[in-house]
Each structure stands twice: as structure tokens, then as C-alpha cells.
Design a binder for this molecule. Structure first.
Ligand SMILES: CC(C)(COP(=O)(O)OP(=O)(O)OC[C@H]1O[C@@H](n2cnc3c(N)ncnc32)[C@H](O)[C@@H]1OP(=O)(O)O)[C@@H](O)C(=O)NCCC(=O)NCCS
Length: 145
């Protein structure tokens, strides 16, 4: 059984050295820690028997909520954890009363784009050469209210 909880510092300690190898994430532990300490950010974890199998977060901006990260542990993908995390982020975002929830995604990341489209996100813009000076970022948005 998977449960979704707010991420705390103990959770951070459990995954901080595993971000690159086990989660294949582009974030360093320093970035994740500073995001956790940001009072406008909310992070959640997916746990399977107390082991973290995914995490995701948002930052609440004046006019919008932005998804900053969503990642499932490599060995636990394609089991619905990404959908559970995104569903929870949207539920939390609705309580902020902001109009939209947005994100940037590498246009080559077709798996993530499919996931977002499944939840009603639409492509609204493009940032050219946003990733490594090479890959374009697609901006996607969903109306919350
Ligand atoms: C994107 C990611 C979070 C999806 O996590 P997941 O737990 O595997 O996702 P789910 O099992 O809930 O699948 C959700 C949907 O994604 C799509 N998807 C997942 N894996 C897929 C694959 N291998 N091929 C095609 N589509 C896939 C499907 O649309 C799927 O819905 P479905 O099962 O109803 O068909 C995961 O691949 C990941 O961590 N990627 C690396 C980090 C990343 O790129 N994050 C996005 C940053 S913007």
C-alpha cells in the first residue's frame, strides 16, 4: 500500500544521498533542502512500508502554483505512483485558491507530458533551449478553479 504524506526533514535525510542514483533526479540534495525550507513550498512523499518511493513539490506564487518537481524511484515506476503524487499536488493546490497550476517540462520527456495531459494540463508555451542550452521546455497549465 502506498501512502502520501507531507515531506519532512527526516524524509529528506532518507533520500538525500539517493537522488541521482535511485531517483534519477536532476536535483541535488542542497536544492531539495532549500526547497523544503522555503515557506512558500509544499513537498509530499509517497511511502511504501515507510520507504520513500517518490516525491513531488509545488511553490505557491502570487498568481499561480508551480510544480517544481515530481519523481518516482526508478524501480517503482509505472505502478501509478506518479499519478498519486500529481493528484495530491492538484488537491493541495486547489486549497490555495490560485487560478492555475503550471510547470515546465523538457519537450523530450514524453512520459511526463503524457502524465500531465492525463490530468488536463495543456501546452501553453515554449522556452527555447531552456535545458542545458539545448532542449526546449514546454510550459503546461491547468485551470484550478
Ligand atoms: C514522470 C514520472 C514521475 C512518472 O512516474 P510513474 O510513477 O512511473 O507514473 P505512473 O505509473 O503513475 O504513470 C502515469 C502515466 O505516465 C505515463 N507513463 C508512465 N510510464 C510510461 C512509459 N514508460 N511510457 C509511456 N507513458 C508512460 C502514462 O500516461 C501513465 O498513465 P497510465 O498508467 O494510465 O497509462 C517518472 O517517469 C519519473 O520519475 N521520471 C523522472 C523524473 C521526471 O522526468 N519528472 C518530470 C519532471 S517535469
Amino acid at each position: 500500500m502506498i501512502k502520501i504524506e507531507k515531506m519532512n526533514l527526516k524524509d529528506y535525510e532518507q533520500i538525500k544521498d539517493k537522488l541521482q542514483n535511485e531517483f534519477d533526479n536532476f536535483w541535488t540534495d542542497t536544492i531539495l533542502k532549500s526547497e523544503l525550507e522555503n515557506e512558500n513550498s509544499i513537498y509530499i512523499v509517497a511511502k511504501k512500508n515507510e520507504n520513500i518511493v517518490g516525491f513531488a513539490g509545488i511553490i505557491i506564487l502570487p498568481d499561480d502554483v508551480e510544480i517544481t518537481n515530481i519523481v518516482t524511484k526508478k524501480t517503482e515506476r509505472k505502478k501509478g505512483i506518479g499519478k498519486m503524487l500529481l493528484d495530491k499536488l492538484i488537491e493541495i493546490s486547489k486549497t490555495t485558491k490560485k487560478e492555475t497550476i503550471s510547470l515546465e517540462v523538457n519537450e523530450k520527456n514524453t512520459i511526463a507530458i503524457k502524465l500531465y495531459e492525463k490530468f488536463g494540463f495543456e501546452k501553453v508555451g515554449l522556452r527555447k533551449k531552456y535545458y542545458n542550452g539545448k532542449d526546449n521546455a514546454i510550459i503546461m497549465t491547468k485551470i484550478l478553479i
